[in-house]
Write a protein that binds this ligand. Structure first.
Ligand code: ADP
Ligand code: MG
Length: 371
């Protein structure tokens, strides 16, 4: 990518803060290039799928694609030396894509790209003020919020010795973290000691709550189980504080998820399970620490409102999906790798895992729709 192309792409991102469709004249102005110059360059970016031209607009306008936003984020990671190369995709969820990446020393890491608004936000009839203000570029904003939240919680948990991946870096809608060499519980057919895992997990739920936190999506897809049987918890964008008005409901749902899974899958049922009123007495305030870290209460509310609306509009919001090409991710990774002139480390070992985790994620989405 030429430096002028990069300028123009950055200009589109900046313009997106106030415009859902960014007029070319504004792009040219921000980029500081002559109108004719920007016109040619934006055409190149559109060919590479980093921006898309919006037809039917009153003026010539463009929108950043996921690919364009990915590119900008990855470029920053490379600059900060958190990431050096991008490898295989190992997971795809409704609201994220997971890749294996590596740093300069060929340490393999996991890159989680948040994709809120994979389903267009415009299809959601917003009643809430702060979201209405944010309607333009909302997928960019919401995806970034989710990444900020995930990173903030993961950091506080990791620093307090909870079994979570080590957070490495966060930029825009992306989080880089430790790659855990383990599969989700869902994919593990045989657990040596279900009783021990069950109590480890319940203890984890209680320990979190004593620290002021509820995971909110504590299920067999978000628990990785290592060879030695130890669980690692992932996926934090829906965490809530135990001061949340519905804390008890979230807490019970997490507990119930585990009970149900163990009953169905391992025919394991225990009389013992944690109860919010009895077992949760706050001892620490990690929830407060998180809001001090930059992910504020306001951010939390915005994300919650977004998630609530998604749930309210489950049928409608399938109608419009943001403009993307099918293989935009490959495009971006290719451009990035050309740019930085890097070679892939040997990621073969993980390659065969790809299809497996994709399969499970699909099942995961089906499952969760019923809730
Ligand atoms: P989503 O929000 O889409 O559910 P998750 O964070 O749960 O995303 O990740 C989806 C899948 O990707 C997980 O089920 C797991 O298989 C894999 N994964 C995510 N993070 C890691 C990691 N740090 N190490 C290894 N695998 C991971
Ligand atoms: Mg998950």
């Amino acid at each position: 990518m030429t430096s002028d192309e990069f300028r123009v792409l950055t200009a589109v991102e900046m313009g997106s803060k106030n415009h859902e469709i960014v007029p070319l004249s504004l792009i040219a102005q921000i980029a500081g290039l002559r109108h004719g110059g920007s016109h040619k360059i934006i055409g190149e970016l559109a060919k590479k799928n980093l921006v898309s031209k919006i037809k039917n607009a009153k003026y010539e306008g463009y929108r950043l694609t996921y690919g364009g936003y990915d590119y900008l984020a990855l470029k920053t990671f490379v600059k900060r030396r958190s990431v050096y190369s991008v490898g295989n995709q190992i997971g795809v969820g409704k609201e994220s894509d997971i890749y294996i990446v590596a740093d300069e020393n060929e340490n393999q890491l996991a890159l989680k790209i948040h994709r809120l608004g994979r389903v267009s936000f415009r299809a959601i009839k917003s009643k809430r003020d702060y979201l209405q203000k944010r309607k333009s570029a909302s997928w960019i904003y919401m995806s970034r919020l989710a990444a900020m939240k995930e990173y903030a919680f993961m950091k506080v948990l990791y620093d307090n010795r909870f079994p979570v991946p080590q957070p490495i870096d966060q930029v825009r809608h992306c989080v880089v973290m430790e790659l855990i060499d383990a599969y989700p519980l869902r994919q593990i057919t045989e657990v040596k000691d279900p009783g021990k895992l069950y109590s480890d997990l319940m203890n984890l739920i209680v320990r979190l709550a004593k620290h002021g936190l509820i995971h909110g999506d504590f299920n067999e897809f978000n628990i990785l189980v290592k060879d030695n049987g130890d669980p690692i918890l992932i996926d934090f964008p829906q965490m809530v504080s135990i001061s949340h008005p519905n804390a008890e409901w979230y807490f019970n749902r997490d507990v119930e998820c585990i009970r149900t899974y163990f009953r169905k899958k391992y025919n394991y049922e225990s009389m013992l399970y944690p109860q919010f009123q009895l077992d949760v007495n706050r001892e620490f305030d990690l929830d407060v620490q998180v809001s001090a870290s930059g992910f504020t209460k306001q951010h939390q509310q915005e994300l919650e409102a977004y998630q609530a609306q998604l749930n309210e509009n489950q049928d409608e919001n399938v109608t419009e999906v943001l403009q993307l090409s099918e293989n935009y991710n490959d495009d971006v990774m290719e451009i990035l790798n050309e740019d930085t002139n890097i070679s892939y480390p040997d990621l073969k070992e993980h390659h065969e895992n790809v299809s497996k985790s994709e399969l499970t994620e699909e099942e995961s989405n089906n499952d969760s729709e019923g809730l």
